[in-house]
Design a protein around this ligand. Structure first.
Ligand code: SF4
Length: 239
């Protein structure tokens, strides 16, 4: 029987996909982003194992709160590392009429992931930077991997929401947002671009885990700047 490593569950989340959502945070990540808020999800085997049926049994209890748009979201960590487990959970959710959403870095692409996308209604894709140099330096993978993933979303016509964390002194320069707009304009599946402000409340998690937090001293973005950058990318919408 397939089981998945789960870090934690949020029963009624409003930040991880459209509407109200039951959010499953998987354990394990292949990347080590400098801006990561969840370093406690990195190690693969740290947490509880769940069968897809156990997750679906819990999700069904909240179905009445989902409305037209809500449903289940798998976030992480990196849910694509456990694609077979997520696929089976999504397949069972679809049998119950529950909408499915993946929150991912888009850095894993294999046959299991492609199969999983066949049961995925919405993808929240992090495009963390628009420069390959910044990807290599602050994510630990090539940007091309993420673009290949986006190509597959386009081929399969999967509704996509692009997200980027605005990190002062790292990616809060105008060329980045112009490049982001130019990029998403090439993909008709992109419904929305969400810019999220960098936060440093995770510093205590890093301290507890005795891991260096590279962005510890980065200032928080100003709200007026966030609005300015959001305006720069929002003209791509709606399609
Ligand atoms: S992909 Fe997500 S969970 Fe993994 S290191 Fe990056 S921000 Fe953290």
């Amino acid at each position: 029987m397939i089981k998945g490593y789960v870090h934690s569950i949020q029963t009624l989340g409003t930040l991880d996909g459209p509407g109200v959502r039951f959010v499953v945070f998987t354990q394990g990540c292949n990347l080590r982003c400098s801006c990561c808020h969840n370093p406690d999800t990195w190690n693969y085997n740290d947490r509880t194992q769940f069968a897809p049926e156990e997750i679906v049994k819990r999700v069904k209890r909240y179905k009445e709160y989902f409305g037209d748009e809500g449903g289940i979201t798998f976030s992480g960590g990196e849910p694509l590392l456990q694609a077979d487990f997520v696929y089976e959970t999504f397949r069972l959710c679809h049998l119950e009429g529950i909408n499915t959403c993946l929150d991912t870095s888009g850095s894993v692409l294999n046959d299991s992931v492609v199969k999983l996308l066949g049961e995925t209604d919405v993808v929240l894709l992090d495009v963390k930077y628009t420069s390959d140099d910044l990807y290599k330096k602050h994510v630990g993978c090539d940007m091309d991997r993420v673009l290949r993933f986006l190509d597959v979303l386009q081929e399969r016509n999967i509704k996509t929401i692009i997200r980027q964390v605005v990190i002062p002194t790292v990616n809060d320069y105008e060329e980045n947002f112009l490049k982001l707009k130019e990029l998403v304009d090439r993909y008709t599946v992109v419904q929305k671009v969400e810019l999220l402000p960098f936060k440093n409340i995770c510093t205590t998690k890093y301290d507890m885990l005795n891991i260096d937090f590279p962005f510890r001293d980065i200032p928080l973005p100003k709200e007026s700047d966030m609005q300015k950058y959001q305006n720069m990318v929002k003209n791509t919408l709606p399609k």
